[in-house]
Design a protein around this ligand. Structure first.
Ligand SMILES: Nc1nc2c(c(=O)[nH]1)N[C@H]1C(S)=C(S)[C@@H](COP(=O)(O)OP(=O)(O)OC[C@H]3O[C@@H](n4cnc5c(N)ncnc54)[C@H](O)[C@@H]3O)O[C@H]1N2
Ligand code: MOO
Length: 408
């Protein structure tokens, strides 16, 4: 019995995910990017602050900077001038206040800022409504960020807040991991042609979109024909030129399902085939030179599911990201369902408006067909039931993963 005999036991989902990820060698190559182009990339170095912030005392309010000791018992002071944001502050004259704006440098000698709304202005004099506290509304040196503090930790996916923080520190470039590279194929002579037997290729644009959303670079290599020598030659030419060679279709057991023999003929190895999963059973995991080859089933919902369960995990492993737990969100069934046990099942779900004990009630979409994406049009997530489940009753506990978020 070889790993690709149909008599070989099917992998369960955790084992298949482990196997898929164990084939991956995490990326080490890096590149340096302008900060504005780094969104979604993985930091390849830890960046620490070369300065404490603020570097000098600044006002936290629009108001008046003054010295407490200068205040008369009547709490009034003349206003000797204005410090605008961005202007150098100079020194506070004795016995006077200076008008100040939020973010402006506090003048030497001032020990508090009084907000405009806590003063009455009478010509060029202010009267305070209460005695200010020492240091009030002054952003102290280093109070917002210490010198040497971590701004961006190696391995972090760069988000808008990191870009803002690095910019605030005057940092314009950042070193990141290179993007994972996916070479993408569809397969099947029925795809993209004309005539009544032809169908549009929906998997390739969908998988491309999923891969891009997961932060990969995609090389769109078109459609493989139902022809063993042709597939073998295309695979051979690609060996080692992508991190993941991702295909859909031609992976089951019909006479036209050439992917597995083609991979072996091209010099690759099959590491695993068939998962106890509906849809997506015939998924294949292999290697070809330095590339990993992942063959998703051709049925579009099977390909969609396979990407979420396996390819997303492989991309996470490539970029050294932790694997998100699958189906981490609790739900309650808003339906009754009798099913055949044996394979774990993934199905589109829609959140309904109700909840039971604070847990959302979900509706199952579609009739369990893997040949259509139609039920996904209005789905909010993918629901899950384990292999042994024979019956789901209204109100039963389920788990789901939301769609429309990062896929890892
Ligand atoms: N005798 C058996 N037949 C099938 C089995 C089985 O165990 N024994 N498994 C079924 C299951 S489950 C699935 S899933 C499919 C997967 O088969 P393949 O991965 O070999 O895919 P194909 O046969 O090439 O295609 C299946 C189906 O999907 C359509 N397709 C393929 N590529 C695309 C694309 N890029 N865009 C849109 N649609 C696509 C294709 O036309 C077929 O209709 O096998 C079952 N059969
Ligand atoms: O394994 Mo198939 O993907 O059920 O349709």
């Amino acid at each position: 019995m070889t790993v690709h005999d149909s008599s070989a036991p099917m992998l369960d989902i955790p084992a298949a995910r482990r196997l898929a990820c164990d084939l991956i060698k995490p990326l080490t190559a890096t590149e340096t990017l302008a900060l504005a182009r780094s969104l979604g990339r993985i930091a390849a170095e830890t960046v620490t602050s070369g300065r404490a912030l603020p570097m000098r005392e600044r006002s936290a309010m629009d108001g008046f900077a003054l010295r407490l000791a200068d205040l008369s018992p009547a709490l009034s002071l003349p206003v000797a001038g204005t410090i605008a944001a961005g202007a150098l502050a100079g020194a506070l004259p004795t016995g006077a206040a200076l008008r100040i704006f939020t973010g402006a440098l506090v003048p030497a000698g001032a020990d508090c800022v009084v907000p405009v709304e806590d003063c009455t202005e009478e010509g060029e004099t202010i009267r305070l409504s209460a005695r200010p506290k020492p240091g009030q509304h002054i952003r102290k040196v280093g109070s917002e960020q210490p010198l040497g503090g971590v701004l961006l930790r190696q391995g972090t996916r760069i988000a808008p807040q990191h870009i803002g923080l690095l910019a605030a520190n005057g940092i314009a470039r950042v070193r990141v991991l290179r993007m994972p590279r996916i070479a993408l194929f569809s397969s099947g002579d029925e795809l993209g042609g004309k005539g009544p037997a032809a169908i549009p290729d929906s998997n390739r644009p969908m998988l491309m979109a999923l891969a891009l959303a997961a932060g990969a670079e995609v090389d769109d290599l078109g459609i493989l024909p139902d022809d063993l020598p042709a597939i073998t030659a295309r695979l051979k030419a690609l060996a080692g030129r992508a991190d993941i060679i991702l295909t859909s279709g031609a992976v089951s057991m019909g006479g036209r399902d050439h992917l597995r023999p083609a991979l072996e003929a091209a010099g690759g190895q099959i590491a695993g085939w068939r998962v106890a999963l509906k849809p997506g059973k015939p998924v294949m995991f292999g290697t070809l030179g330095a590339s990993v080859v992942t063959g998703l089933p051709g049925n579009p919902f099977s390909a969609f599911t396979g990407f979420h369960l396996f390819v997303a995990a492989q991309l996470a492993t490539l970029t050294d990201q932790p694997l998100a737990p699958l189906f981490a969100h609790p739900a309650r069934a808003g339906f009754d369902w009798a099913r055949k046990p044996g394979r774990a099942e993934v199905f589109p779900i829609r959140l309904s408006h109700g909840e039971i004990d604070g847990v959302p009630i979900v509706q199952r979409m579609g009739e369990g067909s893997s040949a259509t994406l139609f039920p996904l049009a209005e789905a909010d997530g993918l629901g899950f039931v384990p292999a042994e489940t024979t019956k789901v009753s209204f109100g039963a506990a389920l788990r789901f993963m939301p769609l429309g978020q990062r896929v890892f």
